[in-house]
Design a protein around this ligand. Structure first.
Ligand SMILES: [Zn+2]
Length: 385
């Protein structure tokens, strides 16, 4: 039986607290108060910043480093497994593509070790991917997740790849979310904590909440966990003139490591999905669909909520409004990698969303990593055709 721990422990990272009251402080000086009912979570559920700290400082087989410091003064950690191969070429990716030879940027001839970049949640209320990546670090270290469940193929493939894990993409945002799990909570609570509130007390709602960025000014009564302490949504920064240091760090890592695959982990309320990435080559869209088909098959076979398949490639911008050039789109153009967003359900109890347990939420994460690494090992990238 897993031991149980209290959800309220998350609060200890934010501020000294009265019993059940959490103070989520925003850089703007605005704050929101959330009363969190006491509840117990399974011991394998590792979604807190404290869990990330424990995991990265316990790494023995990999290498831990601080990738960036956030505007709120928190560390963004990187854990890397697998030796780094020297594949760097003579040009940056954009120039190499201009020279009609992406391999002038990174030598990929189908014989090199796959490189996978797993970017943990950049949205603070999307805690599920943090728990997944902390469990993945445990698999890399011991072959088992925190349920003591073995993942032999995943562990073997971890040893065949270079895997870059950023367990929490936005610690500022995560620190502003007092909930460690959404299983059994109301969707409206999830929305309020994530999106923040308006001056009239109502919740900001997706996607309209993206119409103010940075999220400052009179309409931002309380800052949700969607943003870092500079009120930046890391999915929609200014790629050519970043407004926050995390963005620069993600791009430096992508340029230096030339990952073959980049997964940006997110959460929503509906069945898990691999989302289409706009403004990337058709071949990349086809690979995202093929990977998505395989991941959804794994979910279906495991009795988890699933979608019919991966995203079908579409032409960008045939209809108005145009698609967005988000973090996944931009990271592709830094390194040529197959960059995509993965969304997991979060387990809210509100109909019509699928009810999922912590066990299932962890399975959704682990099966994604398992299938992604399998796919990468089976399909080594060859830019020398
Ligand atoms: Zn998100």
């Amino acid at each position: 039986m897993p031991t149980l721990r209290s959800q309220r422990h998350a609060a200890s990272l934010i501020a000294p607290l009265a019993a059940l009251t959490i103070l989520g402080a925003a850089a703007s000086g605005q704050s929101s108060r959330e009363s969190i009912p006491e509840r117990n979570l399974p011991a394998f559920w590792k979604s807190r910043l404290e869990d990330v700290e424990n995991a990265v400082h316990g790494v023995k087989k990999g290498a831990m480093s601080v990738l960036a410091r956030t505007p709120g003064g928190r560390n963004v950690y990187l854990v890397a497994y697998g030796d780094r191969e020297d594949r760097r070429g003579s040009a940056n990716y954009n120039s190499a593509a201009g020279g009609r030879d992406p391999a002038s940027y990174a030598r990929k001839d189908g014989t090199q070790k796959p490189v996978i970049f797993l970017l943990g949640p950049v949205h603070g209320q999307e805690v599920e991917g943090v728990s997944g990546l902390v469990n993945l670090i445990q698999v890399a270290e011991t072959g088992r997740d925190f349920r003591d469940r073995p993942w032999p193929e995943l562990a073997a493939n971890l040893a065949r790849c270079r895997v870059l894990i950023v367990p929490c993409g936005s610690p500022d945002a995560r620190a502003r979310c007092p909930y460690d799990s959404w299983v059994g909570e109301e969707s409206s609570t999830h929305q309020r904590v994530g999106m923040g509130t308006k001056p009239d007390g109502s919740n900001h709602t997706w996607p309209m909440t993206k119409r103010i960025h940075p999220m400052r000014g009179p309409d931002a009564a309380t800052l949700g966990a969607y943003w870092n302490d500079s009120a930046i949504n890391l999915m929609h920064d200014e790629w050519f003139d970043p407004m926050t240091p995390e963005t620069g760090a993600f791009f430096r890592l992508a340029r230096e490591e030339a990952p073959d695959f980049i997964a940006s982990l997110h959460s929503h309320s509906v069945p898990p999905s691999i989302e289409p990435t706009a403004y990337v080559p058709w071949t990349v869209k086809q690979t995202i669909e093929a990977l998505g088909n395989r991941v959804q098959k794994r979910y279906a076979e495991a009795g988890l909520p699933y979608c019919p398949g991966g995203p079908k490639p579409v032409e960008d911008g045939i209809k108005f409004p145009p698609p967005f050039f988000n973090l996944a789109s931009a990271l592709h153009h830094a390194c040529g990698g197959v960059a995509f967003v993965h969304e997991t359900p979060c387990g809210v109890r509100t109909p019509p969303y699928p009810k999922v347990s912590h066990e299932q939420l962890l399975d959704i994460q682990m099966l994604l990593y398992d299938e992604l690494l399998r796919f990468a090992v089976e399909n080594p990238v060859n830019w020398k055709k």
